[in-house]
Design a protein. Sequence first.
Length: 756
Amino acid sequence: MPATTASSTLRLDAEAALRALVGREDVALRDDQWTAIEALVERRARALVVQRTGWGKSAVYFVATTLLRARGAGPTVIVSPLLALMRDQIAAAARAGIRAATVNSANVTEWEDVHAAIAAGDVDVLLCSPERLNNPQFRDEVLPRLAADAGLVVIDEAHCISDWGHDFRPDYRRIRTLLADLPSGIPVLATTATANARVTADVAEQLGVTAGATDPAAGAPDTAGADVLVLRGALDRESLHLAVLHLPDPATRVAWLAEALQDIDGSGIVYCLTVSAAEEVASQLRAAGLAVGAYTGRTDPAERERLEEDLKADRVKALVATSALGMGFDKPNLAFVVHLGAPSSPIAYYQQVGRAGRGVDRAVAVLLPGQEDRAIWEWFGSQAFPAEDQVRATLAALSPDQPVSVAVLESQVDLTRGRLEAMLKVLDVDGAVRRVRGGWLSTGAAWEYDAERYRRVAQARLAEQRTMLEYQSTDGCRMAYLRRVLDDPELAASGEGIADAGGARDAMAPDWRCGRCDRCGGVALPEAPDRDAVTEARSQMDRVGVELTARRQWPSGMDRLGLDLRGRIPAEEQAEPGRAIARLDGLGWSGQLRDLFAARDEEGRPADGETPAPLRTAAVRVLDDWDALWAPGPDGERALAVQGVVAIRSVTRPRLVEHLSTGLARYLGIPLVGTVGPAAGREAPDRHDVNSAQRLAGVAHRLSLELSEAAAAGLPGRAVLLVDDLTDSGWTLTVAARQLRLAGASAVYPFVLGQR
């Protein structure tokens, strides 16, 4: 058959598969969709498709799967990052008669059945998470068979491969090893909606590029190389109306949101930067009569699925979410996306607003930046790849023969568990360590610390933060600005300036304007809320008191740190549940607490002084509302259940803690009976950026009871209020409470101003 005839027949088959997929007879493939499908099916090529959300990237791999399976190819393996995305993909595949299955953390009981179905040829598409690629059993027993028999390999949300992207995931880098082990002739497709030129070049290079720069930040080549077909499309979406609204404080922003959601037709997403903020905003919107749900990394998986379905069915007005609701969520008629706080990257921002307007003529995306945004960006930035000495300490703690668990490593490496686990994943991909059942092994392979690359990644992150600030203040077209900084190829072709490797930008060409954003006059937003609405929102935010959950278990490996602490903490040595005024990452009182703990004196040390008057009032309110501190008295009135106050003597803010504890004792009418403080020679404050075991060891070796003989003699059988300024890991409160309980206290109730 002539090549042109074969190609025509293939396209007819592809169009038929597309119609089956979407359930409509009036659809046709886009030119770039066909280009990618033909390359995968006819040439068994490797391709990278960078197209905006809703363009139809999933249609490319499902249609290609149908054609390849009809030609006798093996199943398609899709590496997909989120359960929500997998659920939508499986539903889409079923509509086209494609048999899809998944292996992920939520269906462990089904894995054996799925593996048997694959072996029997009853699965057309297998979806797996990138983390599954390094599950020892899956990696060693299942993956080799899949790699040998696969008809197509798909990497969805492929920007996660690149540490230059906004959502780099170490497990995604393992895909590079998977691709290197594929037999020749197996096509590979990578897709993403969120990649600028630098990320595109990096991903394409990892897919198999042999020409061009190996480090895109050092100067990305004009093309990704001949070995990978790269298809990049325009970012503009004609339905999307962008706006930025500057309001003075959280109460005003939440009040505006509560009124705006009453007026905007349809349903949507409200993004917050932290879990606490999302939960608080959802609570306030519900109090205002709006049907909303909170969707965060703390939300139970089953609850997440229910909330997703509620939003798709318009049973809720909005989900108030963190970035946990991001990639892959599919609701074509999503009417709005509002950000309370700006993401730190324009790529992340456009990825999230891109959820809206896919199947409607008009959708609005409003950004309400906050003064606290930069502090939150800085915190996330502090979680970057660890310093070389910490990495070397981890490698030295591992054995080539005996697996070491993360819990045991915590007793030997001063990194938080999250950073330790992320670092191990990177070292695994680099070949320096290997995950096995029971923990991690050292491979003994040579490994170099790429300090220069990590430095450039950090610089790129800072450049992206500056870009987000520029987006908020630009007096030009919002969409043009985003298209330019995200290297939209259509704008680049028309002469618009684009970002260079270091974050600098060419002069803005004024040629293209969207005509739809607030700068172009295409958005009419509700006015700022009136004083009564703001007062009501502020009143809702005025709630004080969050529970501090007492520690119940000692970390593993404490004997290696010189402490005989193991297993469950005995009930007679535990603290009671405590209270803080608020968490530092929320709204309302969180702002005053952040200001208090961020303040520095002229020499750069933490500012110290008396407890600010508003926080004194808030602390008293917490005590008054804390039922456990009060017991019914003989005359029906409440009687105080604690008989004394003990302060944790602070090195960094001694006046603050002394003033706070003395004032609370005076208010309650009970004595300040003593302190718990650092032993002589241990006055230097401990580090807080270490893992649980290291933090506990530092606290336990440092703190001791400081009670007079009379106070020590009077302590047995009495309950005390334990006061500190700030808690993070909870180990300071746990150790101090244990010492008081061992000295005879019947109960210890911790109280702090803020919880980090």
